[in-house]
Design a protein around this ligand. Structure first.
Ligand code: GLN
Length: 491
């Protein structure tokens, strides 16, 4: 409609800014709203369209919410931490540049667990986001702000980052779509690092097609990221069209034996079984695959991630960015650093820095970090093996539906278990996405289906996701029947 001049980009941007003004007091998806910038950007797109030029991209003029761990020049970026309060990035991330070049309107920055550590946004130094389906519940994490913005119709597109599940688990518990691309598929330049061997930026939206359109805008080789893959942008939009037209006829879909059963909520498993039946009806051959090392995934991840983040977060030293705590008692640079880090980091960040520093210390390195890396290789081999019998693998994306705020925030182990199904894919660097698979009958809340592919197999997972979405919509009237009644009153 924007490209055809039926509606202006300014009108669309303004409508979303109005929606944010109406509901974000309840949802708290945003840490910063760039209203003026967004409208200026929209006007520029409208001008180009009026001049009759070709649109910069299929998404030119469409608004987006950017996770506050991706930098945008001159726009406050905190990574959900007090230690970066007030910091204005002096440059754009490659993802930001690509969005702006494509004419995508950046509405603002979304809330997240501090430095993307968490599964609920409750570790944000700026207070949690709330799930638009039920405001007393978590929207997932770390990218809960981006997912909540989508589910609350505050933005039609969003950017997330996924280190162990931070795109997929929030998508699952908010009934939205999110993709973690193949490691190296989207540039990490200008994305504040959590665990560099795992971090991956990805697209989020309410439909598979929207997610694919955004994927093509942000993906592709970037010489500024040394782990960026020099291969062409995957044709995921074509893959979606193929899935919509041809379903999954002739595809072999593997159900991972280890990613179901104990630890998974009954309503989630029921929805998963229904999804398997839907995919079978859409033409897939279902096979069971055995990935025996997945059970060690969580343990390996929670050694590798703290190790890498203890190193990455050393740069927050009170000298270069953000917060600096200085008073009469801080006479040395070392004291300034220690006080700043003491006050600037929250408890989960400190916990992981301590754990990681310990795991990397001389004498323990081989026993902990070394063993975890070996497990990582075994998990990668499990996947390689599984992909010899299946084109894609499926599982629930999150073991549970959205849980109440406060329920797990003081129990790190319980919080970590939310990543049970997403972590193996992160350790192996493969692409994986979550698509809504309906509503759990036991809680009445959304469930996500995880679809995983081999490295660079994005086209396969989008095809299956689109076919599933289509088949699901043919059986049910909508994926998103209702949201928190409070939000509808506000609207
Ligand atoms: N919940 C996971 C963690 O706390 C995932 C985080 C992420 O993907 N950024 O590490």
């Amino acid at each position: 409609m924007i490209a055809g001049g039926e509606v202006s980009s300014r009108e669309v941007a303004q409508a979303h800014l109005d929606r944010i003004a109406a509901v974000d007091g309840d949802v708290h998806a945003f840490l910063h709203v760039s209203a003026e910038r967004a409208l200026q950007q929209a006007d520029a797109v409208d001008k180009e369209i009026a001049a009759g030029g070709p649109p910069a991209s299929p998404l030119a003029g469409v608004p987006l919410a950017l996770k506050d761990i991706v930098v945008q020049q001159g726009v406050p970026t905190t990574a959900g931490s007090k230690i970066l309060e007030g910091w204005l990035p002096p440059y754009d991330a490659t993802v930001t540049t690509r969005l702006l070049d494509a004419g995508v309107i950046i509405l603002g920055k979304t809330n997240l667990d501090e430095f993307a550590m968490g599964s609920s946004t409750e570790n944000s130094a700026y207070g949690p986001s709330r799930n638009p389906w039920d405001l007393t519940r978590i929207p997932g994490g770390s990218g809960g702000g981006s997912a909540a913005a989508l589910a609350a119709f505050e933005a039609p597109l969003a950017i997330g980052t996924d280190t162990g599940g931070s795109i997929r688990q929030p998508a699952a518990v908010t009934g939205t779509v999110g993709t973690k691309p193949t490691y190296g598929g989207v540039s990490r330049y200008g994305v504040i690092a959590l665990a560099s061997s795992l971090d991956q930026v990805g697209p989020c939206a309410r439909t598979v097609l929207d997610t694919a359109l955004l994927h093509e805008v942000i993906a592709g080789y970037d010489p500024r990221d040394s782990t960026s893959i020099p291969s062409p942008v995957p044709s995921v939009v074509d893959a979606v069209r193929r899935g919509q037209a041809d379903g999954v006829a002739g595809m072999r879909i593997g159900v991972v034996k280890q990613l179901r059963g104990e630890g998974y909520q009954a309503g989630v498993l029921e929805s998963f079984d229904a999804a398997v039946a839907t995919l079978t009806a859409a033409g897939a051959e279902i096979v069971e695959v055995d990935c025996p090392h997945f059970e060690y995934g969580l343990a390996a991840y929670y050694l590798i991630l703290p190790s890498e983040c203890s190193s990455n977060l050393a740069r927050f030293d009170a000298m270069r960015y953000g917060l600096r705590v200085e008073d009469a008692s801080t006479v040395s640079a070392e004291e300034v650093m220690s006080r700043t880090r003491g006050q600037g980091f929250g408890p989960e960040v400190k916990r992981r820095i301590i754990l990681g520093t310990y795991a990397l210390s001389a004498g323990y390195y081989d026993a902990y970090y070394g063993s975890a890396q070996k497990v990582r290789t075994l998990i990668r081999r499990d996947f390689e093996n599984a992909f010899t019998t299946a084109d894609v693998l499926i599982s629930p994306a999150s073991p549970v539906t959205a849980f109440p705020l406060g329920e797990k925030v003081n129990d790190p182990m319980a919080m970590y278990l939310n990543d049970l199904a997403t972590i193996p894919g992160s350790l192996a660097g493969i692409p994986a996405m979550s698509v809504p698979s309906g509503i759990a009958t036991d809680t009445g809340l959304p469930v996500g289906l995880q679809i995983m592919g081999p490295a660079l197999g994005e086209e396969r997972i989008y095809r299956v996701a689109a076919a599933f979405e289509n088949a699901y919509l043919a059986q049910h009237s909508a994926l998103v029947p209702d949201r928190a009644p409070e939000l509808e009153v506000a609207r």
